[in-house]
Each structure stands twice: as structure tokens, then as C-alpha cells.
Write a protein that binds this ligand. Structure first.
Ligand code: UD1
Ligand code: CA
Length: 461
């Protein structure tokens, strides 16, 4: 099936009252236009073509390789917009599917229904129609005495009687390509000064041809976004669709209305998402985790059996069995190995925490490489910034950092090193040495057996 998909998106979208082109307004982290490009790319082997007019370069930059962009310099109507794709498509395809950039809810299966009708020279157009109680803003479908589609009348041109018609033009069509290129130049200027694509229906009828009209099953699919009120409505419908998909795939979402999962996220089976949680960007969550409530997880990979409570995770990696929160903050480059525990008010950035390491309370770890089974006492801070640059901290395995220790980077603590509460560490500490004070000085060697019973220190504190 040699079919091209064309998305009309040249309009500015004045009613959005925005300096941004309408189709770039985000819905769950992706521009509105992204959704229809995804669907259109599913039904064609060719790259989807998007007709752009307002800030075309900005739109192109946003999508670069996922579609082809054709400029329409002046917005002279939907018919004129389709005509801009002729040089690219004439003689190359048998069918042309046309739809709009501001209808992000259209489903692939609806497009297939139109495509499967395979319009031919005697029935050159298949169009999608919709029945709505409030027909405002749509072209009305005029049927003849036999019930066949006879014309589309735009609202501006409709008589009082025609305005009452509730069967409407959704704005999705599949054309027989050969007929389309022949008919498009026959469209005449409307009283509004536009070339209406919808005039093609009348042109076909005059030529004695028939039109196939297929009603959409789910009227939500053809909601077009014209204002930010529609943007919010469409967002919540997409949110509901995504959440439903994950629930059917084995994810528990206790309150879907307050759970936002962007379309780029993936979640493993038997994971539970608690209310007021936002899963964003390229986030991947493994099986059997509990995420939320009140959490934001952005561009983060989470292994299996992890617990994330009331925390913000951005650009981080968590291996299996990690637990965080409440009120943890992982920033870009944070990597928590298997079984890491991070309690309340911790922040980790650009650092690796080894397997089994614990960081219970009120700590900042930045630009650090930390070994296995390290105890990071309450209030520990890596002083990684000297006012000019970020300096590294290296901590070996089985290190015990006393509460309120300041680690003035660059600094190294050997395996099994200990610090006393309140120490300010400015010099490296050798393996199994205990250092205390301000500035910290090494006072004695630690017997590896006694590592968790240093005076004035409590494990995990
Ligand atoms: C259009 C249909 C109407 C249908 C309705 C469904 C026409 C003449 N009318 O009306 O029958 O019921 O959609 O939503 O087609 N665009 C361009 N270039 C242009 C003009 C428009 O790319 O020169 C794009 C717009 O960006 C938009 C789409 O085409 O995405 C529809 O244009 P719009 O002016 O909103 O048409 P409607 O008045 O909604
Ligand atoms: Ca519109």
C-alpha cells in the first residue's frame, strides 16, 4: 500500500494566545504535534509530511528527523496547504491521508479504517465524520435524498437549517492520489479568501463520483485543540489512556487522576504508583517497585524492588532494592548500586554509591565515588566546590563516616576509615584509620572487627 500521510499544521492557533506555535504546546511532556506524527508514522512506510507556516524553523528543530516539513508561506486554506505537498508526492504514491496537527487523540485503528477503503477514481475520497450535539466550528455534512454524502458546508457559509446538522466533518481524509492532484487546482477561493479542502467533496459529486463517509466510534478522538481549555481536556484524556494501558499491563495505580505518566516512560509488572506522582521523560522502572506518593521521577532508571517515597529523582540510576525518602533528591549522574538506603533529606549528584551503602539523614554527596557498605552519618557533607571548581571525593568500602562530618574535597578515605562526629576532614585518611576533630587528625588504627563501635558513634547515625 503506497500511502503518504500529510499533517496540516501551518496555522498559528490565535486562540491559544501564545507566542509559541499551537502544535508545540506540550501535552504530558511532548509537543501536541508529536502524538499525531507517532500515529501517522504507524500507517505509512514513508516519512510523515507536516505542512508548517508559523515559526516553521522552530517546529522543524523540535522534531528534526521524525517527519518531513513542507512550508506553506501564506495560510490560504486547507486545500492550499495540501497542494504544497504535490511536488513531493505527485506520481509517487497511490493514496494520501490528510489530517491536522491539533488532533492529538486520533487513534491508529481509526486511520486504518479509512485507509482500508482504498479510494479509487470513481470513489476518490473517504472521510471521517462525527456526530456531536454541539456542532459549533465544524463543517456540516450534507447528504442527498439517498443518504449519500453530497457536500460539506463550512459553518460560515451554512444556512440556518444546515447549521442544525449534527453530522460533521472531522477533518481526516484518505484521497485517491491521482484524482487529488487533478482536483486540487479546481478549488475556487471561498468568500473568506481561503481554498477549502472540503470543496473537493462538491467537486467529486459534480464529476458524478461518490464519497465514502465513515463515522468515528469514539468522538473524543476528533477533539481539536484551539484553546488552552481544550489543551487541558486533551491532556487529561491522554493521561487516562496511558494510565489505563499500564494498569492493564499489570501496574497498580491507586489514584489515576493524580498520576501523570508521560508516553515515553516504561514500568514493570507489579509495581505500584501512589498518588500525586509524575513519571517523566526517558524513565524506566523495573518490577515490584513502590513509587510515590508525591514523587517526581524524570529521566531515571530504576531497578526492581525499589521504594521511592515523596522524592525527586532526575537523571539518576538506581539498581535493585534501593529505597529512598521521604524527601530525597537525586540529581543528574547519581548512581545508587544495589541495596542502597537513602533516608530523609539527602541529596546526591554526580556520584556513585556502592552496594549496601547507607545514608540515613540530612546529607549532601556530590562528585563522589563511594564504596560498598559505607555508613554515611547524619549531616555528612561533601564540600565539593571551592568557589572555582568541583572537586572529587573518594571513599573506600566499609568506611564509617561520623555524624556531621565535612569532607573537604579533593579528598580520599581508604577502606575501613572512620571519622568522629563533627570532624572537618581536610587531609586523606588511610585505611582503617580513625580521624577526629577540626581539622581532623588521625588518632589511631581501627581493628576491622570493631568498626561499628567507635566511641561517640552509633551505627547508621
Ligand atoms: C476544518 C474543516 C471543517 C472541519 C474542521 C474539523 C476546512 C475548510 N474545514 O475547519 O470542515 O469540520 O476542520 O476540525 O478544511 N491549516 C493549514 N493551512 C491553512 C489553513 C489551515 O495548515 O492555510 C491547518 C491548521 O493549522 C489546522 C487545520 O489545517 O491544523 C484546520 O484548519 P482550520 O482553519 O482550523 O479549519 P477549521 O475551521 O477548523
Ligand atoms: Ca480548527
Amino acid at each position: 500500500m503506497n500511502l503518504a500521510t500529510v499533517i496540516l499544521a501551518a496555522g498559528q492557533g490565535k486562540r491559544m494566545k501564545s507566542s509559541k506555535p499551537k502544535v508545540l504546546h506540550p501535552i504530558l511532556g511532548k509537543p501536541m504535534l508529536w502524538y499525531i506524527i507517532q500515529v501517522a508514522n504507524q500507517v505509512t512506510q514513508r516519512k510523515t509530511i507536516v505542512v508548517v507556516g508559523h515559526k516553521p524553523d522552530l517546529i522543524k528543530e523540535t522534531f528534526n528527523e521524525s517527519a518531513l516539513f513542507v512550508p506553506q508561506k501564506e495560510q490560504l486554506g486547507t486545500g492550499h496547504a495540501v497542494l504544497q505537498t504535490e511536488p513531493l508526492l505527485k506520481g509517487k504514491v497511490d493514496f494520501v491521508l490528510v489530517t491536522y496537527g491539533d488532533m492529538p487523540l486520533l487513534r491508529e485503528r481509526t486511520l486504518w479504517k479509512l485507509i482500508d477503503s482504498k479510494p479509487n477514481p470513481s470513489q476518490p475520497i473517504t472521510m471521517l465524520t462525527v456526530f456531536m450535539d454541539d456542532p459549533h466550528g465544524f463543517g456540516r455534512i450534507i447528504r442527498d435524498d439517498n443518504g449519500d454524502v453530497h457536500a460539506i458546508v463550512e459553518e460560515a457559509q451554512a444556512t440556518q437549517k444546515q447549521r442544525e446538522i449534527k453530522e460533521l466533518n472531522a477533518g481526516v481524509y484518505v484521497f485517491n492520489a491521482e484524482w487529488l492532484w487533478d482536483a486540487l487546482p479546481k478549488i475556487t477561493l471561498s468568500p473568506k479568501g481561503e481554498y477549502y479542502l472540503t470543496d473537493l467533496i462538491g467537486i467529486a459529486i459534480e464529476q458524478g463520483k461518490s464519497i465514502k463517509a465513515i463515522p468515528v466510534e469514539d468522538t473524543q478522538e476528533v477533539i481539536g485543540v484551539n484553546t488552552r481549555v481544550h489543551l487541558a481536556e486533551v491532556s487529561s484524556i491522554i493521561q487516562a489512556r496511558i494510565n489505563r494501558k499500564w494498569m492493564l499491563d499489570g501496574v497498580t495505580i491507586t489514584n489515576p487522576d493524580s498520576t501523570t505518566i508521560e508516553p515515553t516512560v516504561s514500568i514493570g509488572q507489579d509495581t505500584t504508583i501512589l498518588p500525586n506522582t509524575f513519571l517523566q521523560g526517558d524513565t524506566r522502572i523495573g518490577e515490584n517497585c513502590v513509587i510515590g506518593p508525591n514523587s517526581i521521577v524524570d529521566n531515571t532508571k530504576i531497578g526492581r524492588n525499589c521504594i521511592i517515597r515523596a522524592s525527586v529523582l532526575e537523571g539518576a540510576i538506581l539498581e535493585d532494592n534501593v529505597d529512598i525518602g521521604p524527601f530525597g533528591h537525586l540529581r543528574r549522574g547519581a548512581h545508587l548500586a544495589k541495596g542502597v538506603h537513602m533516608g530523609n533529606f539527602g541529596e546526591v549528584k554526580d556520584s556513585h554509591l556502592g552496594e549496601g551503602t547507607k545514608m540515613g539523614h540530612f546529607s549532601y554527596i556530590g562528585n563522589a565515588t563511594i564504596g560498598k557498605n559505607v555508613n554515611i552519618g547524619a549531616g555528612t557533607i561533601t564540600c565539593n566546590y571551592d568557589g572555582k571548581q568541583k572537586n572529587p571525593t573518594e571513599i573506600g568500602d566499609d568506611v564509617f563516616i561520623g555524624s556531621d562530618t565535612m569532607l573537604v574535597a579533593p579528598i580520599k578515605l581508604g577502606d575501613g576509615a572512620h571519622t568522629g562526629a563533627g570532624s572537618v576532614v581536610t587531609k586523606d585518611i588511610a585505611e582503617y584509620m580513625l580521624a577526629v576533630g577540626i581539622p581532623a587528625r588521625a588518632i589511631r588504627k581501627i581493628n576491622p572487627e570493631e568498626k561499628s563501635s567507635v566511641k561517640n558513634e552509633k551505627k547508621d547515625g
